[in-house]
Each structure stands twice: as C-alpha cells, then as structure tokens.
Write a protein that binds this ligand. Structure first.
Ligand SMILES: [Zn+2]
Length: 295
C-alpha cells in the first residue's frame, strides 16, 4: 500500500509520513533495486527476517545458553553467533527464523521459502575445490562430503582453491548461496580441523543413528544399525548435469541447475540426514573446534 507524503506514517508515531519513515523506506527501495545477484538478494531479505526475530532471540533461554558457550554476551552480535541463534537453536520446537515476519514487501510465498531455506541450513567446513573467474566456486562440504556449486563471481575473487571456510550454504531457488559472515579456517590448521570434526561427527552418528534421524526414517535404520556408505543415487537432473559437466565444460549450463553432487566417499542419504541434524544441534561446538585450529 502506497502512502502519500502527508499521510500518517505506518509506524504508529502519529507523525506525517514525510517527516518520519519516508526517507528510510525510499532508501530501502533503492537498495532493493540495486540487488544484482541471488547472494545479494538472499542477504538483503535475510537481514529483514533476522531483524524481526533478534529481540526474541535475546530473550530465549536456549539461545542465551548457546551464546554463553560460544563466547559470552556479544556472541549474538557476530554473524556466526546470530546465525546459530536464529537458524540452529531450537526454541519451542523450532528455529526462531521459522517464526520471523519481515516488514518487507517480499511476497508471502517467497518469504516462506527463504525462511525455510535458512532454517534448514547448517554450519560446516567447506573446502574450495574450484574457482571459475567471473562465475563462482565449487565448494566441498567436508563433513558431508558433498559438492555444491555456488554461482557467485565475488567468491571466485575472494576465495582460492584448497582454502577452507566455516560457513553456511543456503539452497534457495535451486541455487546455492554461501551466506555472508563465513570465516576462513587457518590454512595450516585446516586439515586437522576437518579430521577432528569429521571423527567427532562419525562417532556421534554411529553411536546412535536412530536418535539422530526422525521417527519416519527409523524403520530404515533399524536393520543394520550402521550401514556401509552406499553409492548415492543421483536424481535424473543431477545425473545429466554430471554428464554435461564432463562432456563439455559448459559453466553456464552448470549454473542453471541445482548444483549438488556426490563427492568421493559420500555417505548414504540417511547418514547424511543424521549428520546434518548433529551439525545443527552442535553448531557451537563446530565453531569452537574450527576456531581452535588457529595457533
Ligand atoms: Zn514512521
């Protein structure tokens, strides 16, 4: 709904719109028009959603406990701390981001999809497998052993092959976005950090796979408690995509689809689900261990 300059402002201050929020609203419209990439789009709208639930986060006990473990009062003010507070910590059976209402004019459906994508994301260690100048990067989630293509030219400039980042890849609109606020893991400590976390994760999932997956998956888990990693069945689209990439080095075709593909040694989907659950439940520990790799 469009307000006229002399109408009463929408914020409830009682002032005329032109003397209150008009300038701020116009700046936001300008900013929205300037969004050039999906990464910028996600960052822009995610900020709106995060602002809406930041206060609820501050008051929620499970969030307070997680932030205390992460590094005290100001942890919520850091990018990774805020992500954990809003996307990972379970408050009243769900992540706070799932309850966020943005004041933005993002359509309800898009807002739902974005909230869901953020709530389902997890922190992990991502190794840069490939940088394509002007195109993007291929990241390997080293805790899930899964590759994802992130079509963001800016990342191709700022990251280098073999680097490892602690961060969150959000799948939205069949594309992947590395969320702002990621941290590079100390280069010489990266292998130790990956080995340390991967061992911890494997132990946790192997010890109690049934507890780590939803009741619906339990039947499948029940038979052999820990299955040997099975070859993952790629969906038709993903399979075609692998062929495409092998045949012709067509980066544009690569960017057009959802880039998730199996890396060597990938575990079964069930084990992967269990790993994601563990990573979300233990996000604070993931950050602590990754940062401990620093001298
Ligand atoms: Zn106002």
């Amino acid at each position: 709904m469009k307000l006229n300059r002399n109408d009463v402002c929408h914020c409830g201050s009682g002032k005329k719109y032109k003397k209150c929020h008009l300038e701020e609203d116009e700046a936001r419209v300008r900013e929205r028009r300037s969004l050039a990439t999906l990464a910028q789009w996600v960052a822009f709208h995610a900020t709106g959603l995060r602002t809406a639930v930041r206060e609820a986060a501050r008051q929620a006990e499970p969030v307070q406990a997680a932030m205390a473990a992460l590094g005290g009062d100001d942890a919520l003010g850091t990018a990774i701390g805020e992500q954990i507070a809003l996307f990972d910590v379970v408050v009243d059976e769900r992540a706070l981001i799932a309850t966020a209402e943005s004041a933005d004019d993002l359509s309800g459906q898009r807002q739902d999809a974005l909230r869901q994508a953020l709530a389902q994301s997890w922190l992990s260690l991502h190794e840069v497998i490939e940088c394509k100048p002007g195109k993007g990067v291929r990241l390997r989630d080293r805790l899930l052993e899964r590759d994802r293509w992130v079509g963001d030219p800016e990342l191709a400039r700022t990251l280098e092959p073999m680097e490892v980042v602690l961060g969150r890849v959000v799948a939205f609109d069949k594309r992947n976005v590395l969320l702002e606020g990621y941290e590079k893991v100390w280069f010489r400590g990266r292998k130790a950090a990956i080995a340390d976390l991967a061992a911890l994760l494997a132990e946790a999932v192997a010890a109690d796979p049934a507890a780590a997956v939803s009741p619906a998956d339990e039947v499948a888990v029940a038979a052999p408690a820990v299955q040997a990693p099975a070859p993952v069945e790629l969906e038709d689209e993903a399979e075609e995509e692998v062929e495409d990439a092998e045949g012709a080095d067509d980066a544009d075709a690569e960017e057009a689809a959802d880039h998730t593909r199996a890396a060597a040694g990938e575990a079964s989907p069930l084990v992967q689900t269990a790993r994601v659950r563990w990573l979300k439940a233990n996000a604070v520990q993931v950050v602590q261990r990754a940062r401990a790799a620093r001298p």
